[in-house]
Design a protein around this ligand. Structure first.
Ligand SMILES: Cc1cc2nc3c(=O)[nH]c(=O)nc-3n(C[C@H](O)[C@H](O)[C@H](O)COP(=O)(O)OP(=O)(O)OC[C@H]3O[C@@H](n4cnc5c(N)ncnc54)[C@H](O)[C@@H]3O)c2cc1C
Length: 467
């Protein structure tokens, strides 16, 4: 028998507890809104818990272009010795490395500090609309049954744009041909010796992707770049699919077709690295049966990659598999169409906007089938703005969207999807949602974006003064 329908009331409800969602909830609660963060899975933090680095927060010039909630997380990591540092990959980017185990606690500490209510194991299954472009509530489903939660404003950080799509908002999916980026399962290996790994890279620079951004290259030869990598002393290595080591292994069947084996540090005491390499293409990750069906193949690929690294890459001889990400990583599903659709040209040319409320700087990064990947650096190693209008779904008045389902074309989503920009957009959307409720306006479009920008800057966001 169906349990009775429960009712709850908040100022702001955030759907989805990935990078964007935690920042949105923290941003809303910090600005006085009674805030509920709803997450379908068993934990909050999303890909922050996998072991991957935070990209898109430091541009190729070395300027920090994201602050705010990111700074809160780093401060928590530092208290618990979980911050490894910010490093140059000597390829295209600078990224932030940390221990993902400690990050679980850091995320929860930040949410608790700002007073966010977190509801795990709960899926949003519907939205209640007033007929005039406003959501009045969301219908949540968990073991307790169904609950309608009403709020003044909602932030869709579901990655898939579920709330907006259920509210009838237009969206786009993949390329015109229906191509979507592959799904991947991230894993970690501990007991990795950095020096032999870097010495191998120094001897065989043709195996690794380096100096793809002129700003990172800075006029150096490949030999000089791998020397810098060696001196940096961190296992920040990107074995490319078309380098001799990996290409031979793919050709012989010892490795599956892949564009990369990317290795990044997670914990110095455990000598642990994160490995990003596995992939299954041609999957719509919103098709749960299809997504679940990739799990066996992804596990096989992990086993294959671990053997390959142990057998062929110095430094991995005594290493072992130490962790697998808590869920399959999804790069691309819906892109919600908003008041402004951020374009590949905007991001590639590092365009700034008067209503910029977040920034991004990651290269356009579109993984494709097999060994292919598009990687296009941002002009002059700079950063682009994400305008507030790209967070406002076209047909809705009190709903914002943030994270990888923002309003962007496919190339722009290919950069703004990374965690640095998701944290920044999330904070902006959550802060705006709180200000919307407090201001008593009837449409997000009536919020004064100068006031929003000023509030975000007061609370640590970086919006001006970078290249
Ligand atoms: C394999 C892989 C490698 C990557 N590498 C990097 C990297 O090295 N550095 C980097 O910065 N970025 C990287 N990225 C990109 C980045 O991690 C993600 O794009 C980013 O974390 C997306 O955050 P999000 O909050 O927008 O979405 P998500 O992380 O997808 O979070 C959405 C959340 O919403 C929840 N949810 C969905 N629907 C509902 C619903 N109906 N009800 C309730 N909850 C719901 C989901 O359970 C999920 O937790 C990578 C991505 C992948 C997949």
């Amino acid at each position: 028998m169906e349990a009775a329908l429960h009712h709850r009331q908040y100022d702001v409800v955030v759907i989805g507890g990935g990078c964007a969602g935690i920042a949105a909830a923290a941003g809303a609660a910090r600005n006085g809104a009674r805030t509920l963060l709803v997450e379908a899975g068993p934990s909050v933090g999303g890909e922050l818990l996998s072991g991957m680095t935070i990209d898109g927060a430091i541009n190729a010039r070395g300027e920090w272009i994201v602050g705010g909630v990111l700074n809160d997380l780093i401060a928590e990591l530092e208290k618990m010795n979980g911050y490894v540092g910010a490093f140059n990959d000597w390829r295209l980017i600078r990224y932030i490395c940390f221990d993902p185990v400690v990050m679980q606690i850091a995320v929860m500490n930040v949410l608790r500090r700002y007073g966010v209510d977190v509801l795990l194991h709960t899926a949003m299954e519907n939205v209640v609309l007033d007929g005039g472009g406003r959501a009045t509530g969301v219908v949540l489903r968990n073991k307790r049954g169904r609950t309608v939660v009403e709020a003044a404003a909602f932030v869709d950080c579901s990655g898939d744009g579920d709330l907006c799509a259920m509210a009838g908002s237009p969206f786009e999916l993949g390329s015109p041909e229906g191509e979507l980026q592959p799904v991947s399962l991230i894993f970690r290996m501990s007991g990795v010796e950095t020096r032999p790994l870097l010495a191998f890279v120094r001897e065989h620079p043709d195996n690794v992707a380096i100096g793809e951004s002129e700003v990172i290259r800075g006029g150096r030869t490949d030999e000089e770049i791998v020397e810098e990598l060696y001196k940096q002393g961190q296992p920040t290595v990107f074995f490319k699919g078309n380098g001799p080591l990996l290409a031979r292994a793919i050709e012989s069947g010892e490795m599956y077709p892949t564009a990369l084996i990317m290795i990044q540090p997670t914990s110095t005491p455990r000598k642990e690295v994160c490995v990003n390499s596995t992939r299954v293409a041609r999957i719509d990750a919103m098709n749960t049966e299809a997504l679940s069906g990739t799990m066996g193949e992804l596990f096989d690929q992990i086993d294959t990659c671990v053997r390959f690294l142990r057998n062929h890459v110095p430094g991995f001889g005594q290493a072992h598999l130490s962790a697998i990400a808590p869920r399959i990583g999804i790069r691309e599903t819906r892109r919600i169409v908003g008041d402004y659709v951020l374009t590949g040209d905007d991001v590639g040319s590092a365009r700034k906007f008067a209503d910029g409320v977040a920034k991004g700087c990651h290269h356009i990064d579109i993984h494709q089938d097999g060994t292919k990947q598009v990687r296009i650096p941002i002009a002059n190693g700079g950063s682009y703005d994400i305008p507030f209008r790209s967070l406002i779904p076209l047909t809705l008045k009190n709903v914002l969207v943030a994270g990888r389902c923002l309003s962007a074309d496919r190339p722009a989503q290919g950069t703004a999807r990374v965690m640095g920009s998701c944290l920044a957009m999330g904070q902006a959307a959550g802060t705006a949602a709180a200000m919307y409720g407090a201001a008593g306006v009837d449409d997000m479009r009536r919020l004064d974006t100068n006031l929003l920008r000023a509030r975000l800057k007061e609370q640590g966001a970086v919006l001006d003064g970078t290249y």
